[in-house]
Ligand binder design. Structure first.
Ligand SMILES: C[S@@+](CC[C@H](N)C(=O)[O-])C[C@H]1O[C@@H](n2cnc3c(N)ncnc32)[C@H](O)[C@@H]1O
Length: 270
C-alpha cells in the first residue's frame, strides 16, 4: 500500500483550530451561492445515481452527504481527521478515510466519477496539483468525469476590497498573491494557490486528461451579495444564480467567479 506523505501542517492547523469549515456554505450569501451553483453543476456533470463517486478533499461532507442522499455510493477522502469524522457522523451512508489527494490507496478504474473540490487550491506546487489530477484520472473508470474546483486568481482581491477590509499591508499581500498565485498565510487564509483559467486547463492536460470544460461557479455578483449581506433578499439571490448560469462558460467572465469547476472525462485505456 502506498505511504501517505505527511499532511501539510498549516492546512491541518487551519481547518482544525482556526476555521469552521462545517458551516462555510451556510454562513455567508457567497457560501450559499457557491453551494447552490456547485450542486446544480454536479447534478448536470455527474452520471445519474446510483454511481460510485469519490470525493477527494470532501471536507466535512457538504457535497458527499448530498450525493449519498441522492442515491450515489460515495467515498470521501480528506487530509483533516476532524473533517473525516464529521462527514461520517453527518451521513452514515457514506464511507470516509483520511488521505492525501496525491497518493490514494485505491485501485485503478474503481469509481464512476471523482471530485477534487479542495486539493487543487491547497497545493501550491504545480507538480503536486498534476499528481493529484493524475491520481483522480487513474482511479476513475474510462470516460468517467473528473471534476476539480479551483479558486480564481482574482477572488481574494475582489472579496476583501468589496468588504472594505483592505489596508496597506493586506494590499501588498493580496497584490503578491494576484501576481504569483501563491497565498501568504499572513492574509488569514491558509496555504493556497489561486488559478488563472488557462492554468487549470494546462494542469489537466499535463495529467493526461482531455482538455476540461470550465464553469464559473458564482458568476460576477457574489461580492455584491456578501457586501450587502442580503440574507433575506431571495430576489437578488435568484438573480445572482441566473446571472452565474448565463455567464458560466463565457471566457470573458470566468475569472470573476470566486471558484471555477473544471471537468473532463477520463481517456479510454486499452
Ligand atoms: C475548503 S475545503 C472544501 C470542502 C468541500 N470539498 C467543499 O467544496 O465544500 C478544502 C478541503 O480540502 C482538503 N484538502 C486540502 N489538500 C488536500 C489534499 N492534498 N488531499 C486531501 N484533501 C485535501 C482540506 O482538508 C479541506 O477539507
Amino acid at each position: 500500500m502506498p505511504q501517505h506523505r505527511p499532511a501539510e501542517p498549516d492546512i491541518q492547523r487551519y481547518y482544525t483550530e482556526v476555521f469552521a469549515e462545517a458551516d462555510r456554505l451556510h454562513r455567508t450569501p457567497q457560501g450559499r451561492l457557491e453551494a447552490r451553483r456547485t450542486r446544480d453543476l454536479l447534478a448536470r456533470l455527474l452520471p445519474a445515481p446510483p454511481a460510485s463517486v469519490l470525493d477527494v478533499g470532501g471536507g466535512p461532507g457538504a457535497y458527499a452527504g448530498w450525493l449519498a442522499a441522492a442515491g450515489h455510493r460515495v467515498h470521501l477522502v480528506d487530509l483533516v481527521p476532524a473533517h473525516v469524522a464529521a462527514a461520517r457522523a453527518g451521513c452514515p451512508r457514506l464511507t470516509a478515510t483520511v488521505g492525501d489527494a496525491r497518493d490514494l490507496p485505491l485501485p485503478d478504474d474503481s469509481v464512476d466519477a471523482t471530485l477534487l473540490l479542495g486539493p487543487l487550491y491547497h497545493l501550491t506546487g504545480q507538480a503536486d496539483r498534476v499528481t493529484a489530477l493524475r491520481e483522480a484520472a487513474r482511479l476513475t473508470r474510462p470516460g468517467g468525469p473528473v471534476v476539480a474546483a479551483v479558486i480564481s486568481r482574482n477572488a481574494a482581491l475582489i472579496d476583501l476590497t468589496a468588504q472594505g477590509r483592505v489596508d496597506e499591508r493586506s494590499w501588498r499581500l493580496l497584490r503578491r498573491a494576484y501576481e504569483t498565485g501563491v497565498n501568504d498565510p499572513e492574509t488569514g487564509f491558509t496555504t493556497a494557490y489561486f488559478h488563472r483559467p488557462e492554468e487549470v486547463v494546462a494542469e489537466f492536460t499535463a495529467a493526461g486528461l482531455p482538455t476540461p470544460a470550465l464553469y464559473g461557479v458564482e458568476g460576477p455578483l457574489w461580492p455584491l451579495l456578501n457586501a450587502l449581506d442580503t440574507a433575506a433578499d431571495d430576489r437578488l439571490f435568484a438573480d445572482a444564480v441566473a446571472c452565474a448560469e448565463t455567464f458560466e462558460q463565457d471566457p470573458a467572465v470566468l475569472g470573476a467567479s470566486a471558484h471555477l469547476l473544471a471537468v473532463a472525462g477520463t481517456a479510454d485505456r486499452c
